[in-house]
Design a protein around this ligand. Structure first.
Ligand code: MG
Length: 260
């Protein structure tokens, strides 16, 4: 089975680039893999920026990647509603992200789903209570992130996941995460690419989302020793990465090894 890998899902930050610059010669590595006719998906949990913005950044860094190969929680929400055209939603997201959802079937009265992402530009008691009532009336929760905080130059900041937890707690309902490591997210990506998990490699630097996510769909996981790489975490966990490589530039030789 191992010699028929036809799809690679790449994490972005810490795997393809670090601090806005490509890691070593990864731009060239992607070209090498293109020649192998690999199907590729570029997956990230960034939920505060439209996909187009992320695509432009990758192009500026020199990567040969097309817009529809990039999967963020925002792209996954769009794909989710393309696959469920009869379902409506209410989106609690910032105005920047809302533009990406303009073709969705919006419903301000009794939506089937509420989509929760970064909504820092419109946090108010009224808005929160409105969404709370939707969920209590039966709306399901689609979360763009379950990350509870993030760090910036100014220090630690509360993140989308904390608000998702608040709604889950208040309504006794579990949100469906459309980001890594959720299997719903990975399945949306694979179905868009027309791929199956047993022929898919997931490559990333973050054990908790990239490796755990790969395991959730039984794909093959490759951990790179960069960015979030944490050996202690791997030693303590029952889940283990299938392969560990120094960085992405070693991926073509790993694929050759797998073919043997
Ligand atoms: Mg990463």
């Amino acid at each position: 089975m191992k010699n028929i890998i036809d799809t690679i899902l790449f994490d972005l930050d810490g795997t393809l680039y670090e601090k806005g610059r490509p890691i070593k010669t990864v731009v060239n590595t992607i070209e090498i893999l293109r020649k192998e006719r690999m199907k590729m998906g570029f997956i990230t949990n960034t939920d505060g920026w439209p996909v187009k913005y992320i695509h432009n950044r990758l192009i500026d860094m020199g990567f040969n990647i097309s817009l529809d190969e990039i999967f963020t929680p925002i792209a996954a929400v769009r794909e989710f509603f393309v696959n469920n055209t009869d379902k409506s939603c209410y989106c609690l997201v910032n105005d920047n992200v809302l533009k990406s959802f303009k073709n969705l079937n919006m419903n301000d009265i009794n939506p089937d789903y509420v989509v929760i992402g970064d909504f820092s530009d419109k946090i108010s008691y009224e808005e929160i209570n409105k969404v709370f009532r939707f969920i209590m009336n039966g709306s399901l929760i689609l979360a763009l992130s379950k990350t509870k905080h993030y760090f910036q130059d100014n220090g630690i900041n509360i993140n989308t996941g904390a608000f998702v937890s608040m709604f889950e707690n208040a309504c006794d309902k579990e949100a469906i995460l459309l980001g890594k490591p959720s299997k719903e997210f990975f399945n949306i990506v694979l179905s868009h690419l027309g791929s199956i998990s047993s022929k898919t490699l997931v490559v990333g630097d973050d054990f908790t989302v990239d490796v755990v996510g790969a395991k959730s769909i039984n794909a093959i996981s490759v951990l790179v020793k960069a960015g979030h790489y944490n050996e202690d975490l791997i030693n303590k966990s029952k889940v283990k990465p299938d392969y560990i490589i120094e960085d992405i530039t070693k991926l073509p030789s790993l694929l050759l090894e797998l073919k043997r």
